[in-house]
Design a protein around this ligand. Structure first.
Ligand code: MRU
Length: 365
């Protein structure tokens, strides 16, 4: 466990200075490193390298990236063309999570309304901060709505432990506060409901074992790390009451892109009558795409993330596969709506059906 005080959010503005700071999540849980972001290159690389990750957080980081772009503009004026180019560069850093493009486009539209350099810089900064606050509020509301589901399972079990399985990290490190999949978990724990979380380790970058387990441990939430292929076995033996995962992009028809391996958990959940829920803010819904499996772009990452032990030098001694074996590193998959029991959004819980999703997104939170 790192010794310095853990910041309450994974991204923030350094007080009294125009510097954006982040936790470098690649180093957790061994080291709590804080990094300054001062150029668009640094923002793009922080997003691509997964120093910051998780759909809501990369959205907020992208928005702050435009603030940094505006501040660093050549000849002291952030022109429309320059900002549009920097926005494209930031959005290209990670293609699957729709929050990144959504937050960057939203911030760009606000900046372009301003006609002075100072106005553009200020508008970018305050829009990024507003998105961060909204995402924090979304997580609080997701927690409130998801709590009801966990409470119901607990009372059906006569107060016995509610076993929740989660994949990757849809926790506060992936968001701004509380997380999405973890928000109901924290809410239930706070209310004294007996819960236990199965944490998928999440190969190849171990967001589950490194990050989710670290977060849950800090809050004293009972949890157990399992290797990625354990979920099906646990479900067959009645050891999972509910699966809750996050999402990087979901369609209005109910298809869900999330970390690679999520689809297999959903298949196992269906085969064993285990409810499979997706917790997400409305910023994660893509209003354009209808067929998630066909049309959500899936990020293909460096095969070396699979071939070498993570977090250490790429030497032959650290290879996990024969030196000449190629590897494929699909970062996400899509779970079709038919396997999703429901969505937990900041506006309430709904089935993964288009009419219900449209209705809930139209409602005020
Ligand atoms: O590659 P990552 O670590 O950015 O993937 C993150 C996930 O898949 C999360 O489950 C998702 O972004 C939801 S975050 C609340």
């Amino acid at each position: 466990m790192p010794e310095r005080e853990v910041p309450s959010r994974p991204i923030w503005m350094k007080p009294d200075e125009a510097v954006v700071q982040i936790i470098d999540q690649r180093k957790l849980p061994g080291e709590l490193a804080v990094v300054d972001l001062e150029s668009v290159d640094e923002v793009v690389s922080a997003i691509y390298e997964l120093m910051v990750r998780g759909a809501p957080l990369i959205g907020v980081t992208g928005a702050y990236g435009l603030y940094i772009a505006a501040r660093n503009a050549p000849e002291d004026f952030p022109s429309d063309d320059y900002l549009a180019r920097e926005a494209l560069r930031i959005k290209a850093a990670r293609p699957t999570a729709v929050n990144l493009a959504w937050a960057v486009d939203r911030t760009l539209a606000v900046i372009l309304e301003e006609k002075t350099a100072g106005g553009r810089v200020d508008a970018a900064r305050s829009e990024a901060a507003a998105i961060a606050e909204e995402e924090a509020e979304n997580s609080r509301n997701i927690g409130r709505h998801g709590l009801a589901l966990l409470r119901e399972i607990s009372s059906k079990k006569g107060g016995g432990p509610v076993n929740i399985l989660t994949h990757c990290n849809a926790g506060r490190l992936a968001c701004i506060e509380l997380g999405t999949a973890t928000a109901p978990i924290y809410a239930a724990h706070q209310k004294g409901i007996d819960i236990h979380v199965w944490v998928d380790e999440t190969r190849p970058l171990h967001q589950g074992s490194r990050l989710t387990a670290w977060e849950l441990g800090m809050e004293n939430v009972p949890h157990t790390v399992i290797v990625d292929n354990t979920g099906g076995h646990l479900m067959q033996h009645g050891m999972v009451d509910i699966v809750i995962v996050g999402s990087d992009r979901s369609t209005l028809t109910g298809d869900v892109a999330n970390k690679i391996g999520t689809y297999l958990k959903a298949l196992a959940a269906r085969d064993n009558d285990v409810p499979f829920y997706v917790a997400l803010p409305s910023s994660t819904f893509d209003r354009q795409i209808r067929d998630g499996v066909a049309d959500i772009p899936i990020e293909l990452r460096d095969p070396d993330e699979v071939r070498y032990m993570p977090g250490v030098e790429k030497t032959d001694g650290n290879l996990l596969v024969p030196k000449d074996s190629p590897a494929a590193n699909y970062a996400f998959d899509v779970t079709p709506a038919r396997l999703v029991t429901g969505f937990i959004t900041e506006r309430g819980v709904c089935p993964a059906e288009e009419a219900a999703i449209r209705r809930i997104l139209a409602e005020k939170s």
